[in-house]
Design a protein. Structure first.
Length: 456
């Protein structure tokens, strides 16, 4: 997590920083080497710009085609003892020429100095805006606008029209967590003007599937949400916000965005917070019959089994120990195991964690890296896929990444292992993968360390 006051400051001096000289690379030389396997092009900007939003002064949004991502801010979070392994897992090698680019000169200077001091062959590309205004190849995710930055949210709250925002209303911001607002530690300090969203408003025991449509509709109306209400969700644990985003999509809310990184990135941007309990104004009519988008969910095992007969791939986002049947992962789920035919799709350390899917700063990992991992598991963008976990929270992270990338046949199997294990007659996974695939994302413990790099 990224709130500044919560992190231990660990200064670290790196020898040789002052002697580091980084050569520039021009736009012509870069364009000639876009497909050169000896060159690795690295975008060091924040997620929103890499995903597809336009940089300041840029005619096109997104990143240089083929560029990987290594955000400069990660340097504050990567365990120094894990750095070499982490970059190697990313495919970054001292045998290759690394071309870093950024629209922020200070950010570019910092990261190039860091890598050069560690012995990498480094070049700095300082003409990204010029590149973006040319006809040279770029790429972006089709639905990049679903994941937004603090600056985007603040602009919309100010009544401006940031990129991709068309509503005449200001967005409604919800901090998402379980329990009432008064009980929520995550809502104790929140984005100024934000309301609390209790996850119980969209799901219920014992399966923890989506509640009945009328129940969800009434809860949305009580909290001022119509189908045309622009909504931004965020949470301390990103799974909560993405679970609710998925539920709102199912219901039919037309414009729901995710603040990638939550309150931590908001605080780092020094934007206003408060402790006031805000109460939304109820509305009378949702404007459509819920659910508008039933296709985003598979509710129960019978439907999942029927889908498997037509080629549906059930993808587990549970931990490896859950997937292999060592633990159930929950104190309220007695049985261990997985549905028959399940494919492991990576996850995290426990049932409340999806660290395989996060960058060192706690924001979403580059979806291309996740898709590459899935490919090793036999999962392709054209497949019919349904993600699941125990009760649907972890699966929402995977599902959201497919939405950013425009996958057309992606759903959440909402019942998950919880619903499956309630029926002892249902088939369970027997042919379990023998070796855990590497997530290639080991950055160590998340402890912010300003002063770690050459140019901090």
């Amino acid at each position: 997590m990224k709130t500044k006051s919560l992190f231990l400051l660990i200064p670290l001096l790196l020898s040789g920083c002052d002697q580091t000289v980084v050569k520039e690379i021009g736009i012509e030389e870069l364009s000639e080497n876009l497909n050169n396997p000896e060159y690795i092009i690295i975008d060091t900007r924040p997620d929103s710009l890499y995903f597809g939003f336009k940089d300041k002064g840029a005619a096109r949004g997104g990143h240089i085609k083929g560029a990987m991502q290594f955000t400069t801010g990660w340097l504050d979070f990567i365990d120094e003892n894990k750095f070499d392994t982490f970059v190697e897992e990313k495919g970054i090698s001292k045998e290759k020429t690394l071309v870093f680019y950024d629209s922020d000169p200070d950010s570019l200077e910092r990261i190039t100095a860091e890598f050069a001091a560690k012995g990498f062959q480094v070049r700095a590309f300082k003409s990204f805006i010029q590149y973006s205004n040319s006809d040279l190849p770029m790429d972006k995710y089709p639905n990049y606008f679903l994941s937004v930055s603090p600056a985007w949210v603040q602009a919309a709250l100010n009544g401006e029209k940031p990129e991709s925002y068309t509503s005449d209303q200001k967005p409604v911001i919800f901090e998402v967590s379980w329990g009432d607002a008064e009980q929520s530690k995550s809502y104790a300090t929140h984005i100024k003007g934000a309301f609390h969203f209790n996850t119980d408003w969209i799901e219920n025991a014992p399966v923890w599937n989506l509640s009945e449509p009328d129940v969800i509709k009434n809860n949305l109306l009580k909290n001022g949400i119509r189908k045309d209400t622009p909504v931004v969700v965020y949470s301390e644990n990103q799974m909560a916000a993405l679970r609710v985003l998925w539920a709102l999509k199912w219901a039919g809310v037309e414009d729901v965005r995710f603040l990638n990184g939550g309150l931590n990135v908001w605080a780092d941007a020094e934007l206003p917070t408060e402790t006031t309990l805000n109460i939304p104004v109820p509305v009378a009519d949702f404007g459509a019959e819920i659910p508008v988008n039933p296709q985003v969910t598979i509710a129960m095992p019978a439907e999942a089994i029927q889908g498997q007969k037509s080629g549906l791939k059930l993808i587990s986002n549970r931990t490896w120990d859950e997937y292999t049947g060592k633990i159930s992962g929950y104190d309220y789920i007695p049985r261990k195991g997985e549905p028959a035919g399940a494919i492991w799709g990576f996850g995290g350390k426990n049932s409340n964690d999806m660290s395989d899917y996060y960058d060192p700063d706690g924001t979403l990992r580059n979806p291309e890296e996740i898709f590459a991992l899935w490919k090793t598991q036999g999962i392709e963008p054209t497949d019919q896929v349904a993600f699941y976990c125990g009760t649907g929270w972890r699966a929402s992270v995977s599902w959201f990444m497919t939405q950013l990338a425009g996958w057309e046949n992606s759903r959440i199997y909402d019942g998950g292992w919880n619903a499956w294990q309630m029926d002892p007659t249902l088939p369970v996974l027997n042919n379990i993968q023998s070796q855990k695939p590497a997530a290639l994302n080991d950055y160590g413990e998340i402890i912010k360390k300003p002063g770690q790099s050459c140019k901090s």
